[in-house]
Design a protein around this ligand. Structure first.
Ligand code: SF4
Length: 508
């Protein structure tokens, strides 16, 4: 049960003429509240006249929301249901929400509410959700949302003309009226302050680990282009938030959110050219900082010291592999010497733990490569001094080949084989670290949902009716007569997402 004693909830009166929007997150409450884009949608919409936005999230895993959290309005009575989705396995929860709320799931048979879906996996490949969504947003909030809102207000109740008014050249994919051959990703040129919430809705009391904080998106996009990373490719190129804006959000946020903790959100924090200045100013002003996204090769003694002074306790590095050959397949290599030097420095400065992310199932991977990775970790542990399950934590994930990456056609390694490789790594690292794994069955399902086309709509619907468990997905694929290997093997045909055109950008 989630205790819903929250701060910064918006309670707004919705008159007869106002547009009622439910901003929905197809996952659990604690995931939704931690999502900055969910917060952005909610707070930005509520700043506008004539619109009221309320939230809809899963309070329990097996209970899809049927009403908004704020006024308990039934979801079937809102004008617009706007989903923000960040994880392919949550697609089924969108369909479960529609079914549970008594809303016709198929967009072509539904008059209202209008269902809009956005988020990184949708930008990369909107087709799996095209059966359910009226509008799939292949764009970022800043250029897309004001345009969408303008059209929603102009074309109220006129579904067809509304859909026709949303151009694919500006990142809107409306499957019911789409007749072109491409949808262009609509990227923000910059990150204006008006879209970034300062007061952020969050629980005062929660049955999960939560510290009041202000989340601040310092930059968007990434410079590195690792060959497996979908976010890195779709948001290629960096847009920086001005330092003054970051500090203003932190300062005002500390009052509104009752906390001096700031969580600095980005794909890679030191991509921001003035990241050092941001960190230094925040730490000197007495803020506690949490920076979840760090590249080891962007770290040095000074940066580590600032992070430590800001209260960060764990150093997180994602070398992915210790094999030089696989590193070139992945486009990411963190030299052992450098990683060890950074980790040793972190240890000296008082970081209590080291967390590593590793991968299995990289194309061409052999047991020798996995042994190289285990040796890499063993030497890293020895040289840095982080050892044992309390100090050294490792997460191993099977590679999920994603759309718009150079590995988009690569085969998924297979559940059994992924398990065997994870076990091999676990054996080699026994006693040295606490090694956990992302369930290969989830990676298998994610591969299917990430790389499918519109035919997955019926699968999602059947799956939702079965309650959303993994067994249900297998059964739904069987019922729909779809062989999973069509998605998990090497892809030779034209890719379903080839009509989505990304933007070429380097830095704003
Ligand atoms: S550095 Fe991180 S975010 Fe950037 S492309 Fe590589 S994996 Fe993705």
């Amino acid at each position: 049960m989630v205790a819903l004693e929250e701060i910064n909830v918006v309670m707004k009166y919705c008159g007869k003429e106002c547009l009622r929007v439910a901003v929905a997150y197809p996952s659990l409450y604690h995931v939704a509240v931690d999502s900055l884009s969910f917060q952005m949608l909610y707070h930005y919409l509520n700043k506008l006249d004539g619109i009221v936005a309320e939230r809809a999230v899963y309070l329990k895993r097996d209970e899809a929301p049927t009403r908004t959290l704020e006024s308990k309005t039934p979801l079937r009575s809102v004008d617009v249901l706007m989903f923000s989705v960040h994880y392919e396995l949550d697609y089924v929860n969108i369909v479960r929400t529609l079914l549970e709320a008594g809303i016709e799931p198929e967009a072509s048979k539904r008059e209202r509410p209008l269902v809009v879906v956005g988020g990184p996996p949708v930008i990369a490949n909107p087709l799996p959700l095209s059966r359910f969504a009226d509008v799939l947003v292949v764009g970022e909030i800043e250029p897309s949302l004001p345009f969408l809102v303008e059209k929603l207000l102009e074309e109220r109740g006129l579904k067809k003309s509304l859909l026709e008014s949303l151009p694919p050249s500006q990142g809107f994919f409306a499957p019911q009226v789409f007749s072109g051959d491409e949808v262009r990703f609509n990227a923000a040129e910059s990150l204006p302050l008006e879209f970034h919430p300062i007061a952020q809705v969050q629980p005062l009391k929660a049955p999960f680990k939560w510290k009041l904080r202000t989340a601040i998106e310092t930059s968007r996009g990434c410079l590195y282009g690792c060959r497996f990373c979908m976010e890195g490719w779709i948001f290629r190129g960096v847009r920086e938030r001005p330092v003054g804006d970051v500090l203003e959000i932190a300062e005002k946020g500390s009052v509104a959110n009752r906390s001096k903790l700031v969580k600095l959100v980005s794909l890679s924090f030191f991509n921001h050219r003035r990241a050092d200045e941001i960190l230094e100013k925040l730490v000197n002003e007495g803020f506690e900082v949490s920076v979840p996204s760090l590249r080891a090769d962007a770290l040095n003694e000074g940066r580590l010291e600032l992070l430590r002074r800001g209260g960060q306790k764990t150093l997180v590095i994602a070398p992915e592999t210790g094999s030089l050959r696989l590193a070139s397949v992945l486009g990411k290599f963190i030299k052992l010497d450098l990683a060890a030097q950074i980790a040793a420095e972190a240890k000296r400065l008082g970081f209590t733990g080291l967390k590593l992310y590793l991968m299995v199932g990289v194309p061409g991977e052999s047991d020798e490569d996995l042994i190289s990775t285990a040796e890499y970790v063993t030497r890293l542990s020895k040289q840095s001094g982080y050892q044992g399950s309390r100090q050294l934590k490792i997460t191993v994930s099977p590679l999920v080949p994603k759309p718009h990456t150079p590995l988009e056609r690569a085969p998924f390694v297979g559940v059994k084989e992924a398990r065997r490789r994870i076990e091999l790594l676990k054996r080699k690292l026994r006693g040295l670290a606490d090694v956990r794994a992302y369930d290969p069955r989830l990676a298998w399902a994610q591969t299917i949902l990430a790389r499918g086309g519109a035919e997955l709509g019926i699968v999602l619907q059947l799956w939702a009716l079965k309650g959303g468990g993994l067994g249900g997905l297998r059964a739904a694929l069987r019922e729909a007569n779809l062989n999973p290997e069509r998605y998990t093997g090497y892809l030779t045909d034209e890719l379903p997402w080839s009509f989505v055109k990304l933007a070429a950008r380097v830095r704003s």
